[in-house]
Design a protein around this ligand. Sequence first.
Ligand code: ADP
Ligand code: MG
Length: 236
Amino acid sequence: MLKIENISVKGGDSLILKDISLKINKNETMVIFGPNGSGKSTLLKSIIGISNYKIVKGRIFFNDIDITNLPISERAKIGIGIMFQNPPKIYGIKILQLARYISKNELEIKEIAEKLKVDMLLKRDLNVDLSGGEIKRVELFQILLQRPKLLLLDEPESGVDIENISIIGKVLNEYIKKTSCSALIITHTGYILDYIKGEKGCVIIDGRITCKTDPQTVFDMIKKYGYEKCEECKWR
Ligand code: ADP
Ligand code: MG
């Protein structure tokens, strides 16, 4: 499904990601851990193709198509959906307008909106004056309407209370199970593991992958020893 081969990525003049390789098969979820500023969001933005990040080395493949230089809109069209850590506010665009642009199926819009408890937010401007939990639920609502084959989730639980984590976690888990899609999930707190177990886990420190094993083991090790232990490991 997704294959990343030795990519190095620059943002401005700084080299943020260094020689990253990973593979996610169909029906597989990978959970990424790492301290603040280690390059996790940059990795997801490079996969979706945000233009301020330049892949200076390596290649990204999605279903055997080389997407390294594909525009962001094309990547979305072939089935990659992303939930950003800090999505922008858009004045004048109603959430329902956007939903109807993504999906022509009113029943589906209604069903997913109810599941994510965003039905009462549909007439609001996109992300304007929404709470942290509401922003994340609205983000997820838009992504699920796109029916992606690969879900990229950047800290879906950040800035969100326990009740919202539970809604988001359950809906995400159900979508992953039902559609056999693949997912790449960044987590800082590990809370999402209560809902999505994931098959693969890794740690990114200073732009490099330092550990690859199952997500729960990674999380337990981080809780016990902190990220310093991951640095010692230097997985290659
Ligand atoms: P994480 O998501 O792991 O917290 P990020 O990927 O957001 O980390 O950022 C990694 C590092 O790269 C940070 O030091 C950040 O300031 C820097 N960075 C991110 N984007 C850019 C950019 N466009 N230009 C220059 N530096 C950037
Ligand atoms: Mg980040």
